[in-house]
Write a protein that binds this ligand. Structure first.
Ligand code: PTJ
Length: 247
């Protein structure tokens, strides 16, 4: 792979592509994941490849919600594992959340490869391989979850998905934090807290907010969560994408 100079105008985007490519080579990311990344990139380009203020607010709210949770789980698919493995482990540590692998294109080999990859990045306990429970109303492989993981969780972080699991989890009464660059996607539309930002920027920023909020009381955290307006966050993101000025 050609070395990407730091001053290349699309350096970050090219490095992101490289991570996804590597993920496919290692058997972590599905080939469909390449297409999903392309779709995300298009929205990110229109957003100016930056965390807009409403996304930062959503990220702070997500941190507060994770700290308030009885049992939070961060769901990891093939794209997430390739793009932010260490960052997901850090977020889990900062908030006390579990990590669970959950795949649309589920095979034992990919499940194992992703769990190993997360452990190489510091994860101690990776859930998802037991798969002894099901999300009601879903026919495909993403329905398979751990009874002591996503099935039991009150708060679930759902990044980069196509939406039907997000809807089914909402039906189960779970609080959902969705990371998706498309504010019009079903997942973002279903989310309690939609984060319209690139996962590469979003996850480290949620962790930073969680560290800052570590000493906050439950009342203070609840005030942050209650003050968040999901509709405004989605509208702001859509406005930035449709009307934002490109450099
Ligand atoms: O690993 P698997 O088998 O579970 O498969 C995962 C993929 C991603 C292939 C699967 O969930 C899928 O096909 O997803 P979609 O329907 O393409 O949806 C992915 C969503 O994530 C789209 O709305 C993209 O805009 C968004 N997205 C892609 N890359 C990023 C992103 N959002 C934030 N950050 C990104 N880097």
């Amino acid at each position: 792979m050609t070395e990407i100079p730091d001053d290349h105008p699309r350096a970050q985007s090219l490095r992101t592509r490289h991570r996804i490519e590597e993920g496919v080579e290692k058997g972590i990311t599905s080939q469909q994941g390449l297409i999903a990344q392309g779709r995300g990139e298009a929205y990110d380009y229109l957003l100016g490849e930056q965390t807009i203020p409403s996304a930062d607010e959503a990220e702070r709210t997500a941190a507060a919600q994770l700290l308030l949770a009885d049992h939070a789980v961060l769901s990891v698919n093939g794209n997430v594992a390739a793009l932010v493995p260490g960052e997901m482990v850090e977020l889990a540590e900062a908030t006390g959340a579990d990590i669970e692998v959950n795949l649309f294109n589920r095979t034992d080999e990919r499940m194992q490869a992703i769990a190993d990859h997360l452990r190489e990045h510091g994860a101690e306990d990776v859930k998802g391989l037991t798969a002894d429970a099901r999300i009601p109303g879903l026919e495909h492989e993403r329905a398979k979850v751990d009874a002591e993981g996503i099935h039991d969780a009150d708060v679930v972080v759902v990044p980069l998905e196509d939406g039907d699991r997000a809807e089914a989890l909402a039906e189960m009464g779970k609080t959902e934090i969705v990371v998706d660059l498309n504010p019009m996607s079903r997942s973002a539309q279903t989310a309690t807290i939609p984060i319209v930002d690139n996962i590469m920027r979003a996850i480290p920023n949620v962790t930073e907010h969680a560290r800052e909020l570590q000493g906050a009381s439950d009342d203070e955290l609840t005030e942050i969560v209650d003050g968040f307006d999901r509709e405004t966050a989605l509208e702001e993101a859509e406005r930035a994408i449709r009307q934002g000025e490109l450099d």
